[in-house]
Unconditional design. Structure first.
Length: 325
């Protein structure tokens, strides 16, 4: 089984967590890891290899230059190295025929053997339809109405098809010409080029945040959908606040923390985890469960208490200044 991951050094800890979850749920089938990056230091790579020694069959890091990606639309949330996955067919050795790409912000909860062995039926890749409404994407990407739009966080890629049809070159060329039109970055570009060359996979292989927003799901009450949401094969944290941020409202955020505890980064506190944020978040959740009348009374009491404390503080400061004079 060939696995591809792409990231910068900032997301390396999350790749650890993802891979630990993969190995915890996939039988030992000889997992080969190929990691595209631009700024991971040699000492970090050595520590990574030491940690996964005996767990992964092969570990190969490829340092790629982001200069080759100049002119592509990116920002702080989605940096240029994200586009590296488009180059998988040209960078990986020609004897590798198939690879499963996984975003670093996913957690694997079931064996990937079934997914990896999927018959792509002549398609260039297999992916899960994006659950988010994408009618506007069809228009600005010029995708015919009869075709769907996929999420690129989990992709089973036929590298031979990519090579034969110059998919990497065509996709990057589209992204450069489109500029900021590709609002979802390389995902938009891949969809624009391969809109009729991908195989829809079961939703369970890429359960994104939007799947949990009931008002957007027509099948939210379906028993099978409920079962999938409770126990997805792959959890994809597509929210702006990830499980390594505080607060994070994802219902399965604890799965990330559980696997984090199995890595060298165990004990790492979430970004923004401060006493004040904990109090503020807890208060907001408490208010959300209160009847409006009770909430108003408590807010009024809080306001009065703050006023008293402010006056006490002013009085103490004035008294202190008087003693100095």
């Amino acid at each position: 089984m060939n696995i591809l991951v792409t990231s910068d050094a900032r997301n390396l800890p999350h790749a650890y967590v993802m891979l630990v979850s993969l190995l915890d749920n996939t039988p030992p089938v000889g997992v080969n890891l190929y990691y595209f990056h631009n700024d991971i230091h040699e000492d970090q790579i050595e520590k990574f290899k030491e940690f996964f020694e005996g767990k992964l069959n092969r570990i190969e890091f490829y340092k790629l230059d982001t200069k080759d990606l100049e002119g592509l639309y990116s920002d702080e949330r989605v940096p240029l190295p994200t586009y590296f996955r488009i180059r998988c067919a040209e960078v990986l050795p020609s004897d590798i025929k198939r690879v499963l790409y996984l975003d670093p912000d996913v957690i694997v909860k079931q064996s990937l053997s079934e997914l990896y062995d999927t018959d792509l039926k002549g398609n260039y890749l297999g992916a899960v339809e994006d659950f988010f409404p994408y009618e506007d994407k069809r228009q600005y990407l010029k995708i015919p109405a009869k075709h769907k739009y996929f999420n690129s966080g989990v992709m089973l890629i036929d590298l031979e098809k990519f090579r034969e049809n110059r998919v990497s070159e065509r996709t990057l060329d589209f992204a450069r010409k489109a500029g900021s039109v590709v609002r979802a970055y390389d995902q938009d570009a891949l969809n624009a080029v391969l809109y009729d060359k991908w195989l829809p996979l079961e939703q369970k292989w890429n359960v994104t945040n939007i799947c949990y927003e009931r008002e957007r799901s027509e099948k939210a009450g379906d028993p099978e959908t409920k079962k999938m949401l409770k126990n997805p094969a792959i959890i994809h944290y597509t929210c702006s606040q990830k499980p390594w941020d505080y607060p994070c409202e994802h219902p399965l955020k604890r799965e990330y923390r559980r696997y984090l505890a199995m890595t060298p980064f165990r004990g790492t506190k979430p970004n923004g985890y401060t006493a004040w944020n904990v109090i503020r978040t807890g208060r907001a959740r408490l208010y959300g469960k209160m009847p409006p009348g009770v909430e108003n009374i408590i807010r009024s009491l809080e306001s009065r208490i703050r006023g008293v404390l402010r006056q006490l503080n002013i009085g103490l400061r004035d008294r202190s200044q008087g003693q100095k004079s």
